[in-house]
Design a protein around this ligand. Structure first.
Ligand SMILES: [Mn+2]
Length: 216
């Protein structure tokens, strides 16, 4: 016999997991102007997936509208960039400002799940995303595209977009194409996998900060 000498646990004072830590809307607007781009983004995390996206890069608009729809974030985005040079500065700076806006909207991150992951198919393509909003920037990206440009969007900028986003969001973002041939399918599956991973990572599931460090 090993008698349990611990006192019984008192459950009466335990917070019953509110759906929101505070009543404040998790929304933010960030505006950023440089010699290369002029960008304004408003993001609302607990939205309904509505978007108004005008990045100047047609295929990126399609990807960001998909990101909004599948994450549930409301997203308003305007970018005037130096597209006469190429799409590089616009795509990179949109990632920087989007990450800043999401972090601003997240506030102190109390109660969020922090981690998110998803495996999303799109016809023959299969994309995986795993992420950590733990305050450290790192991006691991594994995908190859055999079509260099889609409607003004350089496919090499997909990796650069997520690397820049991992920097501004202070997040670990792991992305990989597990299967696939079609470039449009592969990129869209990556953005959708990212969207579902984000939806889970920012979801409020408690009241505590999910870290033993006490800060994220
Ligand atoms: Mn599509």
């Amino acid at each position: 016999m090993y008698p349990n000498k611990r006192p019984p646990i008192n459950l009466s004072g335990i917070d019953p997991m509110p759906s929101k830590v505070t009543g404040a809307a998790r929304t933010a607007t960030v505006q950023r102007t440089t010699k290369e781009t002029d960008i304004t983004i408003t993001v609302t995390l607990d939205g309904s997936g509505r978007s108004s996206v005008n990045s100047g890069v047609v295929f990126l608009d399609h990807m960001l509208a998909n990101f909004s729809r599948h994450s549930g974030f409301d997203l308003s985005l305007q970018c005037r960039g130096d597209l006469d040079v190429d799409d590089h500065h616009s795509v990179e700076d949109i990632a920087i400002v989007l990450g800043d806006a999401i972090m601003k909207a997240l506030g102190d991150k109390k109660g969020i799940r922090r981690y998110g992951w998803a495996i999303i198919p799109m016809d023959e393509a299969l994309a995986r995303c795993a992420l950590d909003l733990g305050g450290r920037s790192y991006c691991v990206f594994s995908a190859e595209f055999h079509r260099p440009v889609i409607q003004g969007f350089s496919t090499e900028m997909v990796e650069h977009f997520f690397v820049s986003l991992s920097g501004s969001m202070k997040a670990n973002i792991h992305l990989k194409i597990l299967e696939g041939q079609n470039t449009h399918h592969k990129i869209e599956a990556l953005f959708k996998a990212f969207a579902y991973a984000m939806k889970d990572a920012i979801a409020v599931s408690g009241t505590a900060l999910p870290s033993t460090k006490g800060i994220l």
